[in-house]
Design a protein around this ligand. Structure first.
Ligand SMILES: O=C(O)c1ccccc1NCC(=O)[C@H](O)[C@H](O)COP(=O)(O)O
Length: 251
C-alpha cells in the first residue's frame, strides 16, 4: 500500500497545485504541545477516510469539525490533504487555517521538496515527514528546508530500525511513533511502549494512531507520550468535542 501511495504522489507531482502566496501568521506546533494544559497534549485530526477503514465519516464537513475542535480547545489540528487514499484536500487545510488559532499540521506523504514549498503556500504550520518513506539523509534535508521556510516537522517512525537510522543523522524536535503497522494496518500501543525509551529526552514524543479510549490514553501517557494524534475515534462521533471530553475525563 505504501508503495502505491508513493507512486500516486509521483504522478501528482507532475501537476502540483501551487496557490498564490498569502501573508500567513504561523503558529508553533512545538510550543503548542509543550504548553498544553492537557497531558498528553492533543493533535486532533480531520480525516474523512483511510486506506485501512474506507470512509470513516459519511457526513464530512471539514469546517464544522474544525469549529468543534476549536470549541474543545485542542492544541493543534492535523488535516489530511491526500485526495486519493484519504479523501482529503489541500483546500480543506487552506480553509481550516483561516478559522482556527492553533497550529495546523499537513498530513500527507512528502516525497519532494516542491511539496514543502506548497505546504508553505497553503498555510500549513507543520508537515509530516515519514521515516519509512524517506532515506534519513533526505529526511534531514527536507527537515532543514522546512524549518528554514518557517515550517516545523513531525517526524514519524513505524519501527525501531527506522528510528535508529534517523537518530544517527539527527534528533528531530517532534518525534511521532505511529502505532499502525504499515503492512497489516493493525495498530498496537505496544509500539509506543517499545520505542519510547529510544526517544531523545529533548524531543517531544507523539503517539499516533489507534487511540480510542481513556485507557489507551493512560497507557501511552505512562509510556512517555507527551502528545497524541487522534483521528478515527473522533471522526466517528457526531460531536468530536464530546469524545475529547470523555477521553480526557473532562466535565
Ligand atoms: O489510517 C490509515 O489507514 C493509514 C494507512 C497507511 C498510512 C497511514 C495511515 N494513517 C495515517 C495516520 O497516521 C493516522 O491518520 C493518524 O495517526 C490518526 O490515526 P487514528 O487515530 O487511528 O485515525
Amino acid at each position: 500500500m505504501l508503495n502505491k501511495i508513493i507512486e500516486q504522489k509521483k504522478i501528482e507531482l507532475e501537476r502540483l497545485y501551487m496557490p498564490e502566496n498569502k501573508m500567513i501568521e504561523r503558529k508553533s506546533l512545538y510550543q503548542a504541545l509543550t504548553h498544553s494544559d492537557r497531558k498528553p497534549a492533543l493533535i486532533a485530526e480531520i480525516k474523512k477516510a483511510s486506506p485501512s477503514k474506507g470512509i470513516i465519516r459519511e457526513n464530512f464537513n471539514h469546517l464544522e469539525i474544525a469549529k468543534d475542535y476549536k470549541f474543545a480547545k485542542v492544541d493543534a489540528m492535523s488535516v489530511l490533504t491526500d485526495e486519493k487514499f484519504f479523501k482529503g484536500a489541500i483546500q480543506y487545510l487552506i480553509e481550516v487555517k483561516e478559522i482556527v488559532d492553533v497550529p495546523v499540521l499537513r498530513k500527507d506523504f512528502i516525497i519532494d521538496s516542491r511539496q514543502i514549498e506548497q505546504s508553505v503556500q497553503i498555510g500549513a504550520d507543520a508537515i509530516l515527514l515519514i521515516g519509512e518513506v524517506l532515506e534519513p539523509s533526505q529526511l534531514y534535508e527536507f527537515y532543514q528546508e522546512a524549518y528554514e521556510k518557517g515550517l516545523e516537522c513531525l517526524v514519524e517512525v513505524h519501527s525501531i530500525d527506522t528510528l535508529e537510522r534517523i537518530l544517527k543523522q539527527f534528533s528531530p524536535k517532534i518525534l511521532g511513533v505511529n502505532n499502525r503497522n504499515l503492512k497489516t494496518f493493525e495498530t498496537s500501543l505496544n509500539q509506543t511502549q517499545e520505542l519510547a525509551e529510544y526517544i531523545p529526552k529533548d524531543s517531544i514524543l507523539v503517539s499516533e494512531s489507534g487511540i480510542h479510549t481513556p485507557n489507551d490514553l493512560n497507557r501511552v501517557r505512562e509510556y512517555g507520550a507527551k502528545a497524541v494524534l487522534i483521528g478515527e475515534a473522533f471522526m466517528r462521533l457526531e460531536k468530536p468535542s464530546m469524545g475529547i471530553r470523555a477521553l480526557y475525563g473532562e466535565h
